[in-house]
Design a protein around this ligand. Structure first.
Ligand code: XLS
Ligand code: NI
Ligand code: NI
Length: 442
């Protein structure tokens, strides 16, 4: 691959300068090379850049077109623009020190007039990406297919009332799986796109859910057929673009997967902003997935408390992230997953430099949260508190309840003859909140 000129000429690789630095284009908490438990911090955090936001985002909103104009987006031939854009992207990945990236098929290559032409375009850009991955060492965290932008998908893809659209989506995902395999993708994500509905006046909910399950089974079968060993991920979201998205949250996702015998093949990609849109905390969604051994990956972003849609902001809320990290570390980490910045610049943030500030903020907040969570877990105060709170189930009749050795009759007898009235114990929430703050603020 020929060496292209720099697209971010004024910015070098971002260095770790420590918390005291006055420099803004520097990491205060994220030192990718710091060794923690025998491996570098970069291997614990596995940060990933979302191609669609970082390199296809223009700042467009329903009230106006894009505001963000990148110098590399010039030229008449869509394929060569796509290649130059990708050169800029890999320069950015390296300068921001992210070791992974994620993309939708249509992010990296223009859609053609036919599926065959789209596939040919993809092949050109996949070859380009492969060369870039090899030269830079940047890896693919996950691939996915865009089954929601094109007009044909306006009523869904796998849940479209028209089987023809289902077939088209199947063909598109087939190709997306092939290119994810080709690029060594460690996971493949299914976000629900327009799999949901606006009104039951025109929707057969039961059939649509069955069609979605059939689609996912086909994906599992095809992955097996081509030898794709990456982890499949479901990314739940309660609403937007449709009013009722089928993959509402992790709990409904688990029920769906179990209902259709898919649970062995999937884990969850949990997005912070989707959790809060569902009326949950980020940590809640992580715990629900972890409780079933189905915690897969994270789409790292944040919503706005006052807005009811997916604002996809960079998350700098260290308290929220520390709580999330405690749950992730307790669950044993993310395995083949990582922290993908599914987050975008605000519409007026139009400088290329803003891309750096945004990701530095997100990476630093996660790195700090990781360190705080490790301290919290090492101290053991919260862990001990929890263990103590549930200790009555560790032995005796509590244990018998957990292993289902006793039933109502035995327990009634116990209360009548031995136990009598229980003694209530404080939940100590305020004490625990203060304890948490002592870690966050010293
Ligand atoms: C949209 C989703 C999307 C997925 C990938 O809300 O977050 O960006 O992560 O299709
Ligand atoms: Ni996402
Ligand atoms: Ni989202």
């Amino acid at each position: 691959m020929k060496k292209s000129r720099a697209h971010f000429p004024k910015i070098g690789p971002i260095a770790y300068e420590g918390p005291g630095t006055a420099k803004q284009l520097a990491f205060r908490h994220y030192d990718p090379d710091e060794i923690v438990d025998g491996k570098p911090l970069s291997a614990h955090l596995r940060f990933s850049i979302a191609y669609w936001h970082a390199f296809r985002g223009t700042g467009a909103d329903p009230f106006g077109p894009g505001t963000i104009v990148r110098p590399w987006e010039k030229g008449r031939d869509a394929l060569s623009v796509a290649k130059t854009r990708m050169d800029a992207a890999f320069e950015f990945f390296q300068k921001i020190r992210a070791h992974f990236w994620c993309f939708h098929d249509r992010d990296i290559a223009p859609e053609g007039r036919t599926l065959a032409e789209s596939n040919r375009n993809l092949d050109r850009l996949v070859a380009h990406a492969k060369a870039h991955q090899k030269a830079s060492g940047v890896k693919l965290l996950w691939g996915t297919a865009n089954l929601f932008s094109n007009r044909r998908y306006m009523c869904g893809a796998a849940t479209n009332p028209d089987a023809h659209v289902f077939a088209y989506a199947a063909a598109q995902v087939k190709k997306a799986l092939e290119i994810t395999l080709e690029l060594g993708g460690e996971n493949y994500t299914f976000w629900g796109g327009r799999e949901g509905y606006e009104t039951l006046l025109n929707t057969n909910l039961k059939r649509e859910q069955e069609h979605l399950a059939a689609f996912l089974h086909m994906a599992v079968d095809y992955a097996k057929a081509i030898g794709f060993k990456g982890q499949f991920l479901i990314e739940p979201k309660p609403k937007e673009p449709t009013k009722h998205q089928y993959d509402f949250d992790v709990a409904s996702g688990i029920a769906f997967l179990r209902t259709f015998s898919l649970e062995r093949h999937f884990k969850f990609n949990i997005e912070t902003n989707h959790a809060t849109l569902a009326g949950h905390t980020f940590q809640h969604e992580i715990e629900v997935a972890a409780a079933q051994g189905m915690l897969g990956s994270i789409d790292a972003n944040a919503g706005d408390e006052l807005l009811g849609w997916d604002t996809d902001q960079f998350n700098t809320n260290v308290k929220e992230l520390t709580l999330a990290m405690v749950s992730i570390l307790r669950a044993g980490g993310l395995g083949s997953g990582g922290f993908n910045f599914d987050a975008k610049l605000r519409r007026p943030s139009i400088d290329p430099e803003d891309l750096f500030h945004a990701h530095i903020g997100g990476m630093d907040a996660y790195a700090l949260a990781f360190k705080l969570a490790r301290r919290i877990l090492a101290d053991g105060k919260f862990t001990n508190f929890l263990a103590d709170r549930y200790a009555s189930y560790d032995a005796g009749f509590g244990r018998d309840i957990e292993i289902r050795k006793v039933g109502f009759k035995e327990l009634e007898k116990l209360v009548l003859t031995k136990l009598g009235e229980p003694t209530p114990r404080s939940g100590k929430q305020e004490y625990l909140e203060n304890l948490l703050n002592s870690y966050l603020h010293g």
